[in-house]
Design a protein. Structure first.
Length: 45
């Protein structure tokens, strides 16, 4: 058990956390395909 503080946008399409935290919590779930995320400056990560 680990206590974490988080802020989630309930109107967002997706919520993401760092892989290290997901691993620590035992909640790593691979995506069926990579997810491209647009940046505010027009790029994609």
């Amino acid at each position: 058990s680990k206590e974490v503080e988080a802020l989630f946008d309930t109107g967002a399409s997706y919520s993401c956390i760092r892989r290290e935290l997901a691993t620590e919590l035992g909640r790593v779930e691979p995506l069926p395909r990579p997810l491209l995320l647009p940046e505010g400056y027009g790029g994609v990560i």
